[in-house]
Design a protein around this ligand. Structure first.
Ligand SMILES: *[C@@H]1O[C@H](CO)[C@@H](O)[C@H](O)[C@H]1NC(C)=O
Ligand SMILES: *[C@@H]1O[C@H](CO)[C@@H](O)[C@H](O)[C@H]1NC(C)=O
Length: 368
């Protein structure tokens, strides 16, 4: 008992120092209000091949927002694929095209925003937390099963996650056992330990310590009731951002973003994540996954190393590995998107037993 008490002044002094010392200009403590004004890309869609409407469901007392896609031209209830984004991502950052491809091939899709992101409730904004995100995945599945039974076949559920969520879907599938029928894990974050090693190598020790201290600073501020501290999600090398990207990758990262962000998103993320990342290792769950998995990995991935994806694929014979000879951010647009999304749709159609509707060809444009 005495040693604990003896440590108390030291702990208080450290806490005080972590809050007071204004040592890092890369920290941002400006207010970050949620913007609930609708953006041009967030409304319902009534396409010839599918419909999309906005839905809401609870997660730990807050309301999450999702887009529900229902395919047209099929008989009976379709299977459903649940999708969510990676680090600080939200559904208006390039997830619509994937859901659309699945809906065109006879599958329903639910794309949702985590708490504190996009159209979902929760403040402070842009709080990335493996624990909270996994709870939100569970909430999304509860919602599908408890509410969507009249419109979709809730016995045939697929999970789709990209980057950070590529790990979440594997952890979730491991918990769900045979209640999940298929998983797509795209350019997945599988190992916090490997990611931290790589980050340490790229940043060097002083910059890595700086990142870790930023996380402590954020936590210390919250403990004493001050507004949270943020770092950039993505920035150039040396900027103390969570993802330090060369110009070319930064360009690709932003290319899938809308002109106006849902919820008033900004390029920042609560710094506390810096103290959590190394402890989050979804690869440990891979052996327990019962559902068939398509793991899409990129050989030039600077954030989620291909070697870890290959190792994960060897841990479980249910995992099929699809490698593409490109970088982490190449799969959202252009030819790579076409290739990857169609391969994923084919996998899901097979594993979820979807019936692909035959759509009337669009009317040919008159020749001028
Ligand atoms: C809130 O979002 C809307 C839609 O994108 C935008 O027009 C408006 O300027 C934003 N308001 C603030 C205060 O940023
Ligand atoms: C799978 O679903 C069944 C029926 O809803 C439920 O009883 C069971 O607990 C679920 N299994 C897991 C691992 O969640």
């Amino acid at each position: 008992m005495v040693p604990v008490l003896a440590l108390l002044p030291a702990v208080i002094a450290l806490l005080g120092a972590a809050i007071v010392i204004p040592w890092d200009k890369t920290l941002n403590t400006e207010p970050f209000p949620r913007n609930t004004t609708a953006t041009e890309n967030c409304g319902p869609i009534d396409d010839l091949q599918y419909s999309r409407r906005t839905v809401y469901f609870p997660s730990k007392g807050l309301q999450l927002e999702g887009w529900l896609y229902l395919p047209k031209g099929i008989e009976g209830r379709p299977p459903i694929v649940v999708l969510a984004h990676g680090i600080a991502g939200q559904k208006d950052m390039g997830l619509h095209p994937f859901a659309e491809v699945f809906a065109q091939r006879g599958m329903a899709a639910l794309v949702f925003d985590y708490r504190n992101f996009g159209g979902s409730e929760g403040e402070p904004r842009n709080w990335v937390s493996p624990k909270r995100h996994l709870e939100d995945w569970d909430s999304a599945l509860d919602y599908v099963r408890s509410t969507l039974g009249a419109e979709v076949d809730v016995r045939r559920i697929g999970l789709w996650g990209t980057s950070f969520a590529g790990g979440h879907v594997l952890v979730t599938a491991a918990k769900e056992g045979s209640n999940i029928s298929a998983v797509i894990s795209q350019v997945p974050h599988l190992s916090g330990i490997e990611a931290s090693k790589k980050s340490l190598k790229n940043r060097g020790i002083p910059q890595s310590v700086r990142l870790f201290l930023a996380g402590l600073h954020d936590r210390a501020r919250v403990l004493v009731g001050l507004p949270a501290a943020y770092l950039k999600v993505a920035g150039p090398p040396g900027s103390n951002s969570f993802m330090e990207l060369p110009d070319e990758d930064m360009h690709l990262y932003l290319a899938k973003h809308p002109e106006h962000y849902m919820g008033g998103w900004q390029n920042r993320i609560l710094a506390r994540l810096a103290n959590e990342l190394s402890r989050y290792n979804p690869i440990h769950y891979v052996p327990e996954v019962k559902a068939p998995v398509l793991l899409v990995a990129t050989t030039q991935d600077a954030l989620c190393p291909i070697a870890v994806a290959r190792r994960a694929a060897e841990l479980n014979s249910n995992v099929q590995l699809l490698e593409k000879d490109v970088g982490h951010f190449d799969v959202y647009l252009g030819d790579l998107f076409e290739e990857v999304s169609v391969a994923q749709a084919r996998f899901l159609v097979e594993k979820l037993g979807a019936i692909v509707p035959v759509h009337e060809p669009a009317e040919a444009l008159p020749l001028l």
